[in-house]
Design a protein around this ligand. Structure first.
Ligand SMILES: [Zn+2]
Length: 75
């Protein structure tokens, strides 16, 4: 019952019971020019897209920002 386990995991997140993961990964970007992402995205592709938008907005020759991830504690 894979679906049942997934639902249990979601319930554990709010109830505090169970041994599920206590962190989640957030993706960010930061640029050589000093700009950086705000908040963070749960999907790497979103962070990459936002980084590309920054690069495009700055124009030709601007460096591609660095993509990195952080582990955020779940309350
Ligand atoms: Zn930049």
């Amino acid at each position: 019952m894979i679906i049942g386990r997934a639902l249990q995991g979601a319930a554990a997140r709010s109830g505090g019971a169970g041994g599920g993961p206590s962190t989640r990964t957030l993706w960010h970007w930061r640029c050589e020019c000093g700009a950086y992402s705000r908040g963070g995205d749960p999907f790497k592709a979103d962070a990459e897209y936002n980084a590309q938008r920054h690069m495009w907005r700055k124009g030709v020759g601007h460096p591609m920002p660095e993509i990195y991830s952080t582990e955020e504690e779940l309350a």
